[in-house]
Structures are given as C-alpha cells and as structure tokens.
Design a binder for this molecule. Structure first.
Ligand code: NDP
Length: 462
C-alpha cells in the first residue's frame, strides 16, 4: 500500500462508479485504517466538485463506510473529453505527484480511444491503468488495444478487471483442490465426467439496455467472466500463487479451449425472456424493455459447451451458462465425478457419481456422496457434506480495487487471455449471427427453456 497513490476515476458520474467502485473503495478504506487515497473524478460533462463529493459520500454510505471518508483526499473534479490528447493530458495532469492509477469506468469504445490518446511521456513511471470489460469487441480489436497499451506500460501495470471472481473465491477453489489428497488426484478426465459453471440471476435488464442490448448474455458473462472461471478450474496446479505462475497456467488452459467438437450449432443455446414474475416483481418481455431493439436478437440467456484439449481434460464437457430474470438464481461451479467402476452386488438404490459444488457469494463447498446405513444398511442414498468458505465473491470489487492500488495483477486478466476469450467464442457468434441456432424463449421466473435438458441447468438437482 502506498499513501501517495492517486486514484483517478474517468467516468466518475457513471453507474459503475457510484454503484460498485465507490462503495467498494469505502469498504476497503474502512477495513484498513492505514490506507489513504487521493481521489480525482473525471468526465466529459461538467460535475462540480461539490456534486462529486456528495456522490462519493452517498456511495460510501451505501457500504456503511461514511467513516472512511476522512481517509480520502479529494482532488478537483476534471471536466475533459478523455478521447482527446488534450483531455487525457488534463486528466493525468490533475493527478499530481506519486503513484497514479487511471481507472477507465467509461464505455469500452471511449476507453480504447482514451488509451490511444495518452502520450506515454505524460505518464509517471509508476502508473497503473485499469480497464473494465468488455476488453475490445473481438479478437482483432483486443489485439490492437493490447498493442496500444503495451506502447504505454508493461503488461504488469495493465489491469483488465474481472470483478466476477474475487480473490478469496479464486483462492477457495484452488485451495480446496490443491490442498487435499481427496480432490487433487481426481481432478482430471479419469474421474471427472463433466463440469458446469453457471451464473443465473433473477435481475432483468434494470434499465441497462444501452449496454446490454449490444452485448447479450454470451459477451456480458461467458466471454468475459465465466471462461476465466473455467481457466481457474481446469489449470494445471501452479508452482505458486504468484502472478506469473497463476496467469501462465490459466492462459495455457484458454489456448487449449474451444467449442466442443468445433461445432457451435450442436453445442450452444440462446434464449430471451418473456413477461412474468420473479422475486415478487413483474417484468415485461425483454423485447418490450425500454431501449431494446428486438431486431438485434439479443439473448438474455446463453449456454455453451466447451472442451479443453489437453491430456488432463480430453473428452470432458465444460458447460458455461448465464442468464437474466431466472427463477433459480445461483452462481456455482459443479464438478460431477464418474460413477464407481463396480458397485458390489447386494446394495440397493442408485450410486450416481459424486458431485463437488462450489456455490459462490457467499462461498460454500458441498459434496454429494452416496452413503448407506439407517434402517436398511444395504440401501444407498445421497448425503451432502457442507462447508462454509466465507464471503468470497461478495467482496469482489473491494478486492479488485485493493489489488490495483497494491499493484498485484495476479487476478486481473492478462492481455493474451483477453484475446483468447474472444477467439474461443467467435464460432458461436458467427453461428448465431447466421441464424443457425434458434433464439428460444423462456418465461421470467422460470429456469430457462424446458427443451435445454442436458446442460448446466440439470446440475441444479445433482
Ligand atoms: P455509464 O454510461 O453509466 O457511465 C459512463 C461514464 O463515462 C460517464 O460517467 C460519462 O461521464 C463517462 N464518459 C463517457 N464518454 C466520456 C468521454 N469522452 N470522456 C470522459 N468521460 C466520458 O456506464 P457504466 O458506468 O455502466 O459502465 C462503464 C464501464 O464499466 C463499461 O465498460 C461497462 O461495460 C463496465 N461495467 C459496468 C458495470 C455496471 O454495473 N454498470 C459492471 C461491470 C462493468 P460524462 O457523461 O460526464 O462524460
């Protein structure tokens, strides 16, 4: 931690800043009384100093962190167009001396133009750039943006934020796997039959058509976040948790990942919601939400099955799914093990493969196993062992900001990984754009189209 760090948020008046970044900063400062930060807000339309401070105050209050305001030194609010060289000079110049963190909380196209507008000679040596998802719009644009960034700073000083998995959650998954002889040896195709990674939420569009209607569930969640989770689950055990070891291991997985059988038509589903009730709220059909253009055919639920072409994982389906307005909201990673090779004759009942389930936010591990006993010692039934792994993902953004302020890039997305994630989903995007995969429908509050029976949703009942 460095007391002279200046955090410049470009896009200070935006939704991400007030809803996620500032409350997380407040929480972080509250948790660590030795931490101080100089805070500068910037944007293209005028927000005066007083309004900016009020916003920070309100955002800290949502995290119960008003007391942490005294550890913030406010710089003047900067009104500037970040996409111009002059605008970026003004923004960087307002930061003053010491370490500089430039956080781009702006639409992706603005972030890309802003990075191109920075003069490297204007940046202090100890500068960190933080960029939000989506990083580029396809593999080529991600490659180009990486080239622009690498002209400015070394890779270790570029943070491509993936707030989905907080540091604790990633470490929880790695810890359970690598610290237990019970799990470490079964972590491969020899024993694992399938992996499902699911992020189903009950929230609908919530007024975010401007962004979401162009992105859809696949780009919003699978391309950006869930493939990173896949990489954590499927990586070779790293020698250490250092940035280089961890990111080398996850990038190797992504390079080996593709849509199962190279067939996006057989291995992807898409759907959008129709009117209904969820969590006591009535939502309109997606196509009737304000700002949605039905002709864009944007999916609000996507499910894709991938394979990891390595000796460890050959043949194991990795099904990634995410959607909105669903009745059974859950964030989870589920590993289904193969059934035993031989069940001694005499037992009654089923002996399906054991199931390891990481539920995220708060994080829990549950293990479904077959046991007998009770009234009839020959009868098998399912028992579940549960362990609480802590808050995990609930603290994700505070951990993101801490890692940026402390310059620990281990869990930010490395440039090559960002490019790979676009490469991996490209065949699906092409198949969908060509209309080769039907756009199904599901009612708000349901668990998705009933015809999708063999994917990640079936793991809910495992
Ligand atoms: P908003 O549209 O709410 O905010 C965008 C911000 O960018 C505004 O403060 C706007 O300020 C500023 N801005 C736009 N153009 C310029 C410019 N040329 N120069 C300087 N500032 C500019 O977007 P969000 O906050 O929702 O999203 C920001 C980023 O965060 C996006 O990349 C998004 O994908 C990502 N993200 C958002 C999440 C969310 O929940 N909102 C979650 C995860 C990621 P002004 O009007 O003053 O110019």
């Amino acid at each position: 931690m460095n007391e002279r760090t200046t955090l410049v948020i470009i896009g200070a008046s935006g939704d991400l800043t007030s809803r996620l970044l500032l409350p997380a900063l407040g929480q972080l400062l509250l948790d660590d009384p030795h931490r101080r930060v100089r805070l500068v807000g910037a944007g293209s339309s005028g927000l005066d100093d007083e309004h900016w401070r009020t916003r920070v105050h309100q955002a800290f209050a949502t995290a119960g962190a008003e007391a942490a305001l005294e550890r913030v030194d406010f710089g003047d609010y900067v009104t500037a167009d970040a996409t111009t060289a002059e605008g970026m000079r003004q923004i960087v110049g307002a930061a003053g001396s010491g370490r500089l963190v430039l956080y781009f909380a702006v639409p992706p196209a603005v972030a890309a133009s802003a990075c191109a507008a920075i003069e490297s000679s204007d940046l202090p040596d100890d500068t960190v750039l933080a960029l939000e998802k989506p990083f580029g719009t396809d593999e080529g644009s991600a490659e180009h943006l990486n080239a622009v960034l690498h002209e400015l700073l070394p890779e270790e000083s570029v943070f491509r934020v993936d707030h989905f998995l907080g540091r604790s959650t990633v470490l929880n998954v790695i810890g359970v796997r690598t610290a237990n002889r019970l799990f470490e040896p079964v972590w491969s195709a020899s024993d694992v039959e399938s992996v499902a990674i699911r992020f189903d939420e009950s929230l609908g569009l919530e007024g975010r058509a401007g962004y979401y209607d162009h992105a859809g569930a696949m780009v919003d969640m699978i391309q950006s976040h869930l493939l990173q989770v896949l990489a954590i689950v499927a990586m070779e055990p790293p020698a250490s948790l250092d940035e280089a070891d961890l990111r080398d291991a996850t990038s190797a997985v992504l390079r080996a990942t593709r849509v199962r059988d190279g067939d996006p038509v057989a291995n992807s589903h898409r759907a959008r919601y129709t009117a209904g009730d969820v969590d006591g709220r009535t939502l309109p059909s997606y196509v009737d939400e304000e700002g949605v253009d039905p002709a864009r055919q944007t999916e609000t639920l996507a499910e894709i099955t991938f394979e990891v072409q390595t000796a460890r994982w050959a043949g194991v389906p990795f099904t990634l799914r995410s959607g909105k307005a669903l009745g059974d909201a859950a964030m989870e990673v589920v590993l289904r093990l193969r059934p035993v090779r031989h069940l001694p004759g005499g037992f009654t009942g089923e002996a399906p493969g054991s199931v390891l389930r990481f539920s995220l936010g708060p994080d829990r591990l549950s293990i479904g196993i077959n046991v007998n006993g009770g009234d009839d010692p020959f009868a098998l039934h399912r028992a579940t062992l549960d362990a609480d792994l802590g808050l995990g993902t609930q603290r994700a953004y505070a951990e993101v900001i801490a890692s940026i302020l402390d310059h620990e890039p281990a869990l930010s997305v490395r440039g090559d990984a960002a490019e790979q994630c676009w490469r991996i989903v490209e065949p699906v995007r092409q198949a969908w754009a060509a209309g080769k995969v039907p756009l199904d429908e599901y009612a708000v509050g349901s668990s998705g189209p009933s015809s999708w029976r063999d994917g990640a949703s079936t793991e809910k009942t495992a």
